[in-house]
Design a protein around this ligand. Structure first.
Ligand SMILES: [Zn+2]
Length: 340
């Protein structure tokens, strides 16, 4: 673990202090696996690589560390006990797979630290950042909609019959296993609606021993994707003592400033931002389609503005790459010092 003496509540503030006020999150993980040739057309999506391509998973984590990320997010976004079960794995095997997603990220961090130790400078001639610094491993938990693998993490529509207890029991064991796996925190990502945020907040109170962040997604720049109020969602995160950061991921860059302003109204917890490239995922085509996608340079030109208005953790989501993360590091005043 990269930060010493941290308690659950102070983990993120301690971490941000040692990171110079702003920390860098990694970039798109599943889409980066795909860019390296992985076929993720599967209900497990990126978690399929936990079964077939662990070396690639480790390599992509390392690529993000060498691009300057301070926080790497595990391949467990769409890894669920139910999803592995549907492929014939036992409960024990499925739980082992969850643990493995964290183990691989921790291995990458260990290899990275070795490379830092063996490197004469913080920045190599081929553009790698090898700077010894605190690094956190965040265990990803994607939404119930992500498990459904039908794009409903972008609609947030779970039907009228959905209830809180169902969602809690869906996520309970997975969250327990990930919280005992050696990860530093849990990243609840792409949270599409209020009921799922509530379910996570209540699960965290069931004796979970590591902190978490809540990251919502939006497709209108005002509400979360289901149409539920972002303000109300952020309030749920704010009132949960285990939640150490609140924010937005997998949302077009152009919406981010407004969303930060909304979140700020209801919480003083650190705000995290990791937008996608601005393209849209077409669930039927199972493809990212271009619309208002912004190239890396434009995406990055927003970053300091986001920090000025309140973000303190910044990275990228789907279709962003290690180059995006490098460019984010280069633009942050607190980082540029070791990237000369
Ligand atoms: Zn994404």
């Amino acid at each position: 673990m990269g930060v010493n003496n941290g308690t659950v509540q102070t983990l993120m503030s301690d971490f941000l202090r040692t990171s110079g006020g702003v920390a860098v999150i990694d970039g798109g993980f599943a889409t980066e696996l795909e860019r390296h040739g992985a076929d993720l057309n599967d209900p497990l999506w990126s978690a399929k690589c936990l079964l077939t391509s662990t070396d690639l998973v480790r390599q992509v984590h390392l690529d993000y560390l060498e691009a300057g990320a301070d926080i790497i997010i595990t391949a467990s976004y769409q890894a669920t006990i139910q999803g592995f079960g549907a492929k014939g794995f036992s409960k024990e095997e499925s739980e082992a797979m969850l643990k493995k997603s964290v183990d691989i990220a921790c291995e990458a961090r260990k290899i990275y630290y070795e490379r830092c130790r063996n490197s004469a400078s913080n920045y190599t001639s081929d553009g790698k950042i090898l700077k010894n610094r605190p690094i956190l491993v965040a265990a990803s938990v994607g939404s119930y909609g992500a498990y459904l693998a039908d794009g409903s993490e972008y609609s947030g529509d779970y039907g009228d019959a959905m209830d809180l207890e169902f969602l809690k029991s869906f996520h309970r064991r997975r969250v327990q296993v990930l919280s005992e796996s050696g990860a530093d925190l849990i990243a609840f990502e792409t949270v599409p609606n209020k009921i799922e945020a509530q379910a996570y907040a209540e699960l965290l109170e069931e004796g979970i021993k590591i902190p978490a962040w809540f990251s919502f997604n939006s497709k209108d720049g005002v509400n979360v994707v289901s149409g539920d109020s972002l303000i109300e969602c952020a309030k749920i995160a704010d009132s949960c003592p285990k939640v150490v950061a609140v924010g937005i991921n997998c949302t077009p860059p152009r919406f981010i400033s407004g969303l930060i302003q909304s979140i700020k109204k209801v919480t003083t917890k650190p705000i995290l931002i990791y937008p996608n490239s601005g393209e849209t995922y077409d669930a039927e085509l199972k493809q990212w389609v271009k619309n208002t996608g912004v190239p890396d340079e434009d995406f990055v030109s927003y970053v300091n503005k986001w920090c000025e208005i309140g973000a303190s953790l910044v990275g990228g989501c789907c279709r962003t790459t290690p180059n995006t993360i490098k460019a984010i590091c280069r633009t942050l005043p607190s980082r540029s010092s070791y990237l000369a």
